[in-house]
Write a protein that binds this ligand. Structure first.
Ligand code: GRF
Length: 215
């Protein structure tokens, strides 16, 4: 699991693994920032952590190669980008292609990149949300898997909207990971598939009834 900051999505995975909603083991939490609050959270939860500072590398490719060298020996079934704020190159993406997921705080394909909530507000959107997607070399452009929508409320600012969206992120990301680890979710040349059915271009719409329940 790769993080850069607060790590609330990581925390959602920790809780899902602990209470049996997700039958998985987090083999490593890797940050590109030594000051990421999520590293402390991971250590407190007894998880292995590592830090590889992107500033120590002369290029994105060299940084990505260091990430691969750290992660690959652990042979992860799935690599989770959880608020990892670096653009990845094919040096990282190719070795983990098809088992690399990201969560993006917008209703993809709307608003790839940064400042998604402010952009949604500026556009007068009545809905916002988050999307779990497979990672490909196109920034925030890999096939969507699962999408949660929330209303934009009168008086929202980017922070209040982000808080509403991130609560949904914590629901949908472990669910998508569970689908993957159960072998139900796959990436092929033709896109993302769940149970052999092609997933629509904006991902499967999350409904609260789909929420994971403890085992
Ligand atoms: C989330 O909003 C996620 O969608 C985006 O970065 C934020 C990370 O938050 N990619 P956290 O570190 O998981 O709390």
């Amino acid at each position: 699991m790769l993080i850069s900051g607060r790590g609330s999505n990581m925390q959602a995975f920790i809780e899902a693994c602990c209470d049996g909603r997700l039958n998985a083991e987090i083999c490593l939490v890797l940050s590109n920032r030594a000051d990421a609050a999520g590293l402390q959270t991971a250590q407190s939860a007894g998880l292995p952590t590592a830090c590889i500072e992107h500033r120590d590398y002369p290029s994105r490719e060299a940084f990505d190669a260091a990430l691969v060298a750290c992660l690959a020996p652990r042979e992860p079934d799935l690599v989770i980008l959880a608020g990892f704020m670096r653009i990845l190159t094919p040096v990282f993406i190719e070795p983990f292609f098809g088992r690399l997921l990201n969560i993006h705080p917008s209703l993809l394909p709307k608003y790839p990149g940064l400042n998604t909530h402010q952009r949604a507000l500026d556009a007068g959107d009545r809905e916002a949300g988050a999307t779990v997607h497979f990672v490909t070399p196109e920034l925030d452009g890999g096939p969507p898997v699962l999408q949660a929508r929330v209303p934009v409320q009168p008086g929202d600012d980017a922070d209040s909207l982000a808080a509403r969206v991130v609560r949904e992120e914590h629901q949908i990301y472990p669910l998508a990971a569970r689908w993957f680890l159960e072998g139900r979710l796959t990436l092929t040349q033709d896109g993302a598939f769940l149970d052999g059915q092609k997933i629509p271009a904006s991902g499967i719409l999350f409904r609260p009834d789909d929420a994971l329940t403890p085992a």
